[in-house]
Design a protein around this ligand. Structure first.
Ligand code: ADP
Ligand code: MG
Length: 230
């Protein structure tokens, strides 16, 4: 049932060209099935964010291949990749990236408006906020919300499109333990109940343990994968 592969990379390399050339991904092979919850761990600078950005098509790869739902990202135009993200992916980052002038509800509504899904947008945004327990915060601006509440708004924004895949980069990195647990409870529930595939970068064992599969990276390669061979 859950064996359909939705994210796949082969011999993925990524160089950052600058004053100093950085070989950030050095041949990553990975496949993630629909509905999986995967934690990516590893020391700072080992390439976790780079991997997330390359798999989601936010960043170009240097060589190798990446497929999302069977589609080769390399062969897609930037516009097509943007559309793929808008329709099929949600993003949760450490530092919220909420627009300060918009209310919680307007922030959550934004991806729908950008994707041209204006019909029932407000209603769907309300539902997404209800799902993360923020029914009482529709009209608050980010500055009037706590860190945990802001991250929950970000999660609501990530799920409002009902995406296949949710990418989360250090989603609890800025939160205290209790709030972090609450945010993880929400992400786990979304994975189990709604079936979103969840790829989560974290350096915290406590967070990673919530995932069914843990991938350890080191210096741009995958060192261990608890799912290997399965
Ligand atoms: P992590 O998320 O695991 O901390 P990153 O993926 O952010 O690691 O970075 C991997 C390596 O690539 C690091 O050595 C980092 O300095 C380098 N790097 C990341 N982004 C850039 C960039 N935009 N330009 C140049 N080097 C970068
Ligand atoms: Mg990072």
């Amino acid at each position: 049932m859950a064996s359909e592969i939705t994210i796949r990379a082969e011999r993925l390399h990524k160089y950052y060209e600058g004053e100093v050339r950085v070989h950030a991904l050095r041949g990553v092979d990975i496949s993630i099935s629909k509905g999986e919850m995967v934690a990516i761990m590893g020391p700072s600078g080992c390439g976790k964010t780079t991997l997330l950005n390359c798999l989601s098509g936010l960043d170009d790869i240097s060589s190798g291949k990446v497929w999302i739902g069977g589609r080769d990202l390399n062969s897609m135009s930037d516009n097509k990749k943007t559309e793929l993200r808008a329709l099929n992916m949600g993003f949760v980052f450490q530092f919220y990236n909420l627009l300060p002038v918009l209310t919680a509800l307007e922030n959550v509504e934004m991806p729908l408006l950008l994707a041209g899904k204006t019909k029932n947008a407000k209603e769907r945004a309300r539902k997404a906020l209800d799902m993360v327990g923020l029914s009482h915060r529709y009209d608050h601006r980010p500055s009037a919300l706590s860190g945990g509440e802001r991250q929950r708004v970000t999660i609501a924004r990530a799920i409002v499109n009902e995406p296949d895949i949710i990418w989360a980069d250090e989603p609890t990195g800025d939160l205290d333990t209790e709030t972090s647990d609450m945010v993880m409870n929400i992400l786990c529930k979304l994975n189990r109940k709604n079936g979103h595939t969840m790829v989560l970068v974290t350096h915290e064992d406590r967070v990673a343990e919530r995932a069914e599969r843990i991938i350890h990276m080191e210096s741009g390669i995958i060192k261990s994968d608890s799912n290997k061979g399965v």
